[in-house]
Write a protein that binds this ligand. Structure first.
Ligand code: ARG
Length: 459
């Protein structure tokens, strides 16, 4: 039964009902709707709409309903109620008769849905924070395990300078740290309660909305009722947080897909997160990473979809806003699932240290070191850069590494070069020199690891 039949002569068409109903999506807010209803019933006792005894009975029935949906949320889907708010109300009336019909006094589904959704966002946001920290922890473990593994660092997908595999892991730890900060900011802003804003103009009952907000675990009540019922910034912010974080996850996946390729052969993904080909028996494909990369696109699509839905809506509530949940729920489910998958990928990753070292030794990744060596011998950097460019060109023509030239050959390019140059050209020296904050030297990586691990331990 619909909540609003009185003004209508005819029943809605079956097609329209299906089009209009949001229960198949918003049933996931059942617990939030019940919790919000209990708080609202309590507020109604303070303005003498409900007696204490009535509140006690309503609360008991709502708690019973809560226990039942917690045990079996799917039962909700069997109903033909319009949305989760109608479903809760209809079920409450079934349990309590006429008393249940008093609950909606002074409340609108507009402030109700806004409140339910914020409660859902806060709860799910907390789970996502936990997933982000767990992912960081998996990367810290991998960084620790591979802190001495040499890896070619790239720019333009050309070998640039050697780094350590641990340093690569910690780059992603930083990205997920920013994601955590962004999500915390979003959750702080979302932490205000719209309940008591009514349909748009505010409730007609003199309810203490700050107390009501507190009872629901919110920091405070929203201020302007028109804004409160039509604000979906928290949905947009969460979708934006999810999109940025999925972009990070996608870059992580893309790096690993490349490292896992036959051409690079730097890593091997665990069988637990790979799949084979139906035709080519030799194939082992990095599907987990490819799906993470692919799903990032869908999450970003939800963000732009919601932006476009909101952009021309007049104040206050409009039914367009019912479209907010499908994309949000899907995006946050996907984000969470991708993080769990990334943990599995990181935990099971096998690094081929000989291949990463060999690759770092090729491609003249120590050229900057030779230039810095000349700088240490008082050659201005720009000149040193030019000299080394000539040495690299000659090495490419001779098809060998810089350190394969004899001292005499190197001295043809600059008489400042001496025997000690060879020590400077080693990978170890390339890495160990980078001791300034954020560099890839083993001391800096160890320090970063210890700092971040310390932060995690104190959580
Ligand atoms: N199901 C709606 C939503 O998710 C809430 C109902 C508001 N309906 C209304 N007629 N004002 O947005």
């Amino acid at each position: 039964m619909a909540l609003w039949g009185g003004r209508f002569k005819e029943k809605a068409s079956v097609q329209f009902k299906k089009f209009n109903d949001s229960l198949p999506v918003d049933y996931r807010m059942a617990v939030q709707d019940i919790v919000g209803s209990i708080a609202w019933a309590e507020a109604l006792t303070t303005v003498d709409v409900l007696s204490q005894d009535e509140f006690t009975r309503l609360k008991a029935a709502l708690l019973e309903l809560k226990a039942s949906v917690e045990e079996n949320p799917q039962q909700i889907l069997l109903s033909d109620a319009e949305d989760i708010h109608s479903w809760v109300e209809v079920n409450l009336i079934e349990k309590t008769g006429d008393l249940g019909k008093k609950l909606h006094t002074g409340r609108s589904r507009n402030d109700q849905v806004a409140t339910d959704l914020k409660l859902w966002c806060k709860e799910t946001g907390g789970e996502i924070l936990f997933a982000l920290v767990s992912l960081q922890q998996a990367l810290l473990n991998l960084a620790e395990r591979e802190s001495n593994t040499v890896l070619p660092g790239y720019t333009h997908l050309q070998r640039a300078q050697p780094v350590t595999f641990g340093h690569w892991c910690l780059a992603y730890v930083e990205m997920f740290d920013r994601d955590i900060g962004r999500l915390k900011d979003t959750l702080y802003r979302a932490d205000t309660s719209p309940l008591g804003s009514g349909a748009l103009a505010g409730t007609a009952y003199p309810i203490d909305r700050d107390l009501l907000a507190q009872n629901l675990g919110f920091r405070s009540a929203t201020l302007n009722s028109l804004d409160a019922v039509s604000d979906r910034d928290h949905v947009l912010e969460l979708l934006s947080n999810a999109s940025i974080s999925m972009m990070h996850l996608s870059r992580f996946a893309e790096d690993l897909i490349f490292y896992n390729s036959g051409e690079a052969g730097f890593v091997e993904m665990s069988d637990l997160v790979s799949s084979g080909s139906s035709l080519m028996p030799q194939k082992k494909n990095p599907d987990a990473c490819e799906l993470i990369r692919g799903k990032a696109g869908r999450v970003m699509g939800s963000l732009s979809g919601m932006m476009v839905t909101m952009k021309a809506l007049p104040l206050a509530y409009n039914k367009d806003m019912q479209e907010d949940k499908e994309g949000l729920f899907d995006a946050l489910d996907t984000w969470q699932e991708c993080m769990e998958m990334a943990v599995l990928v990181a935990d099971g990753l096998k690094v081929n240290r000989a291949r990463t070292l060999a690759a770092a030794q090729q491609g003249y990744a120590n050229s900057t070191e030779l230039a810095d060596y000349l700088v240490s011998k008082d050659v201005p950097f720009r000149e040193a850069h030019h000299i080394v460019g000539e040495v690299v060109l000659a090495a490419i023509e001779a098809d060998h590494a810089l350190e394969d030239f004899s001292l005499a050959q190197l001295q043809q390019y600059s008489d400042k070069i001496e025997q000690d140059v060879f020590g400077h050209l080693s990978i170890e020296s390339c890495l160990d020199k980078r001791v300034a904050i954020g560099g890839t030297s083993r001391t800096q990586v160890q320090k970063a690891l210890a700092d971040i691990q310390g932060n995690h331990d104190s959580l």
